[in-house]
Design a protein around this ligand. Structure first.
Ligand code: ADP
Ligand code: MG
Length: 702
């Protein structure tokens, strides 16, 4: 898209040369002209005027406000300690917050004086706020420049760069020069009608104004255009890939719904489906009649009933003469699915088998035979399923549970098991925020089960501190006396003294005193056990021979024990939100009221506190996922590393969700009306698709 001139090595830019080029490469990763052009300011300083408090909004750059201090106080303790002050002008109140240097700043602030506040404005609870503003008494020397300066960009630089004259100002100068000299090489990459429709800056204007904005309005327009462009390019590529896949892979057509499905639906299904389950089945049904391969992601909270949807889809495949398989990430989970499905279908209905690392040679031999002659209809297992020895007669439908543990490559190996690739349904119980799903799985179709089966009592969640453990023991006894069972989960297995984690072994010791034999029995499960030992301990709990299961996170997925009504999570502050939510989902599966008790240390980080509060506040996995995304950013969420979202420079998945939705719809619309981008007005998109070096690494995506 950009002309090759912009790919010119940076040393050839006037004023750079070999030495400076070296430092630019090492310190900022700037190798060519285009890289420099995309080295955007990280903030802007507006000393041109004073803003009124009521004008303040989060879109503004760094601004200054003239206000009278009315109040100051130190709040919180230890980790949460902060200085909060209020200041007013004739239009409103602004809150000022400092988390560092509290004592010193507090001393210098004088109530009743007028100050110049300078900082990035934010909103908190609907009120104007500045965190860590620069603050000076009004009328001192520094303020004399007011009125002479425009919006000043500030660029990231380093000590090393500064030695070579490349501080923020120096970089600004280089960029200015680059734009002036090569403005003709910056080519538009969006169709004109899109620019018009969404009132976007053209590309040159956007680059100019993000570096040299005349005012906040121009700056915001430039940023908007560049965000739009980033999302647009990402979606264009993803949706193009999706289209190519659909064209490339023919798909088996499941034309009928026959006796397997109907018999199950009418005579075996022990409950009625939720509307969400019905909707998803319909989506799968439509997909599998189109003649192209289905690649669908099924998202649904723990306990939302994904398994039965998967099973019923498999039955349709079987009705059409195909075999099916279900792949799970762990042996425990594979076992669980095997049991669940066997219970659902009953005896002599359809041939189901289990294949894991523990399957005996003899059993394998029979299994392989029945797979190849087509008698075996449903194969459930771990990644043992993708071994070369496993040959199907006619594999038509594949379910993969817990996607993020399998790579794309593994998915592809299942496709290869048939001439026409099987339809693929990926199930995940880790809800992903919608915007992230649109980028992370932008090339998959997405189905969501957003409704729990009726009659479920929401799990009650409670946060206790370590010294309240006795209360918890009392509660556990109460529940056990009612016939219920209890999980106690620990984050680590071997104690790391530094982290002062209660380890599982200690926990078991304490608990065996608190819950003595013969009245109480405890199962212990952790990662160091052999699969058979693990299964033995699990089985004791499943059969109700033990009342308490002490475990590390191995139970995170896969156990379904409706009689377990209490989930205790030790050192809950050490777990991530999605993991806490997964663990909690292990209870609340029966008709009884269930509970989740989060035990934590007294010392909680800000994020730790937010995590635990969130868990107490909501059971909704999608809500939890949103908060997780806000806390950790997209980079730490499984799968994002390959998704291209981390290369976004201007756009932000958390703050720009609306824009992303708008852009995705826009791109979908383009493909719907002009699948092959043949319209002259879309001509430009061919170039855009072909281009590299757009700041997004396409190779990583597909
Ligand atoms: P997921 O895999 O989505 O976590 P499961 O498929 O394991 O959820 O289902 C959780 C539990 O809910 C199972 O015990 C299942 O039998 C039950 N269940 C599923 N669908 C329904 C429904 N429509 N009505 C009542 N119970 C259901
Ligand atoms: Mg499940």
């Amino acid at each position: 898209m950009d002309s090759t001139v912009l790919q010119t090595p940076i040393e050839y830019l006037k004023g750079v040369g070999v030495t400076r080029a070296d430092v630019l490469k090492k310190e900022l990763g700037i190798f060519c002209f285009a890289d420099l052009l995309k080295h955007f300011p990280y903030k802007y300083i507006d000393r041109t005027r004073f803003y009124k408090i009521k004008e303040i909004n989060t879109d503004l750059p760094y601004v200054q406000v003239l206000a009278r201090l009315t109040n100051k106080e130190i709040l919180g303790e230890k980790h949460t300690k902060r200085l909060v002050a209020q200041a007013i002008d004739d239009t409103g109140t602004i809150e000022l917050v400092w988390f560092q240097g509290i004592k010193w700043i507090e001393k210098t602030l004088i109530i009743g004086k007028v100050y110049v506040l300078f900082g990035k404005p934010g909103m908190f609870n609907g009120k104007a706020q500045m965190a860590h503003p620069e603050i000076e008494l009004y009328g001192t020397n520094n303020q004399q420049q007011i009125g002479n300066l425009t919006l000043q960009p500030a660029y990231n630089s380093t000590e090393k760069l500064k030695q070579f004259g490349l501080d923020s100002k120096g970089l600004q100068k280089l960029i200015g020069q680059l734009i002036d000299q090569h403005v003709n090489q910056i080519h538009e990459n969006l169709p004109l009608y899109i620019l018009n429709k969404f009132k976007l800056n053209d590309r040159v204007t956007a680059y100019r104004n993000i570096h040299f904005p005349a005012d906040a309005t121009h700056l915001n327009e430039a940023i908007y255009r560049l965000k739009f462009e980033e999302f647009f390019l990402l979606q264009l590529k993803l949706l193009k890939n999706k289209q190519l896949q659909t064209q490339k892979f023919k798909g088996n057509i499941f034309s009928t719904v026959g006796k397997y499905f109907n018999e199950f639906y009418h005579n075996k299904l022990p409950y009625s489906l939720t509307n969400a389950q019905k909707r998803v089945l319909k989506e799968i049904r439509q997909d599998t009649q189109k003649g192209s391969q289905m690649n669908r992601l099924l998202q649904g909270d723990v306990g939302s009933g994904k398994t039965v949807v998967a099973l019923m889809s498999m039955l349709i495949a079987i009705d059409n003469g195909f075999q099916t398989c279900l792949m799970a990430p762990t042996e425990i989970l594979a076992n669980q699915h095997y049991q669940t499905i066997n219970e659902l279908v009953g005896d002599d209905f359809v041939e189901v088998a289990l294949l894991t690392g523990s399957t005996s040679k003899k059993a394998r031999k029979i299994l392989y035979e029945n797979l190849e002659n087509g008698k075996l209809k449903i194969l459930i297992g771990t990644h043992a399923l993708i071994e070369d020895k496993v040959q199907f007669n006619n594999l038509g439908f594949v379910v993969i549970d817990e996607q993020h543990r399998f790579g794309v490559e593994q998915r592809a190996r299942l496709w290869a098991k048939n001439n026409i690739p099987p339809h693929i349904l990926v199930m995940t119980a880790t809800p992903i925020p919608r915007t992230l799903a649109m980028t992370l799985y932008g090339d998959l179709d997405i189905s969501v089960i957003d409704e729990l089966p009726v009659g479920r009592k929401p799990i009650e969640t409670l946060h206790l501190y370590e010294n309240q453990r006795l209360r918890m023991f009392g509660f556990m006894k109460q529940e056990i006396a009612k016939g219920r069972q209890v999980y106690v989960v620990y984050p680590l297995i071997k104690e790391s003294e530094k982290l002062d984690l209660k380890n599982l072994t200690d926990g078991v010791e304490v608990m065996s005193i608190e819950f003595p034999l013969p009245e109480y029995r405890i199962s212990v499960v952790h990662g160091k056990l052999k699969p058979t030992e693990k299964q033995f301990e699990m089985d004791r709990f499943i059969k109700g021979e033990t009342q308490i299961m002490v475990a590390t996170t191995v139970i995170e997925v896969g156990v379904n024990i409706p009689n377990a009504s209490v989930m205790v999570i030790e050192n809950a502050e050490r777990f991530g939100l999605s993991q806490l939510h997964q663990l909690r989902g292990r209870v609340g599966r029966g008709a009884e009221q269930s509970y989740c008790i989060l035990i934590s240390n007294h010392k909680l980080s800000r994020d730790g506190k937010i995590r635990l509060d969130t868990m107490v506040k909501t059971n909704n996995g999608f809500e939890i996922a949103e908060i997780d995304l806000q806390l950790r950013g997209p980079g730490s969420i499984d799968g994002t590393q390959q998704s291209g979202v981390l290369d976004l420079k201007v756009a932000n998945l958390v703050n720009d969700q609306q824009l992303l939705t708008l852009v995705r719809d826009c791109v979908i619309n383009i493909f719907e009306h002009d699948p092959n981008l043949l319209n002259p007005e879309n001509q430009i998109l061919h170039e855009t698709l072909k281009s590299k070096g757009e700041g997004l690494s396409w190779d990583k995506i597909s």
